[in-house]
Design a protein around this ligand. Sequence first.
Ligand code: G3P
Ligand code: CA
Length: 288
Amino acid sequence: MPPVIFAHRGSSGTYAEHTRAAYLQALADGADGVECDVHLSRDGQLVCIHDTTLDRTTSGSGDVADHTVAELRALDVAAWKGVGIPSAFGGAGEQFLTLTDLLALLHDAGRPLRLAIELKHPSPFGLRLEEALIAFLMDEGWDPETSRLRGLEISFMSFNPDSMRQLAESAPHHMLCQLVADVEPQEVRDALRFGSIAEGALIAVLQRALKEGEELIDAQEVGIAGPGVEYARDHPERVRRWIQEGMRVRAWTVNTEEDALFLADLGVQEMTSDYPARIRLALEGNRQ
Ligand code: G3P
Ligand code: CA
């Protein structure tokens, strides 16, 4: 079986991440599924955006959690990328997506698709994010036994082991993906402006979460391991062992032919990419 390809935040190499255009392009690119990050808005709705704050990818600023969906819809979420959006992919006011919008877009595709939902932490709502997502899906008609919602197969991902444990109470084990990435202290320091004590504390929390995440995977308390490409390159024997022990592995973010072939050689069954068509081509070329 060729690896399953997910479009990461939509085809986010082509259009601004998490926009209607990025997801419509993902469908056009022939992705098997799409990935999205979710946060809760101030009025308790699940919205598709990566960062906790609006500053990087929108015309707004401040925390996502401090804005209502109506306020979020009024923002420009595409211009920052510097790539125009064809009118066939909707107007500027249609680019911001709630999870409801994304489900509708995927259903309209009229073909079976996979949706990988990443629950973003730390969330100001804590694990109420997980509760809200499960309640939302149940309302939509999601089947907790199969994790299917009409033509969609829904899986759940997080770096936070507590998120996985909480979701395990409602969702099937084989649809839970524990994400793992090595903690690089210097990268954490560069990303933060904290004093050294706070830096050290945060690094310790991240390292603890990684260790717990690896333990969840080793104990097969989740069905899917989600290593970053760098993690897979740094720990290939561990990834190979997970696969031999029956684990599915979903690697991210796979944007080069070299990485795709390296991971395929390890036996990785699922890849998440900003350029799903490019990765499909690389993998197919290698099989011919
Ligand atoms: O697919 C997992 C990957 O998306 C995790 O990292 O930062 O892109 O959400 P990030
Ligand atoms: Ca993500």
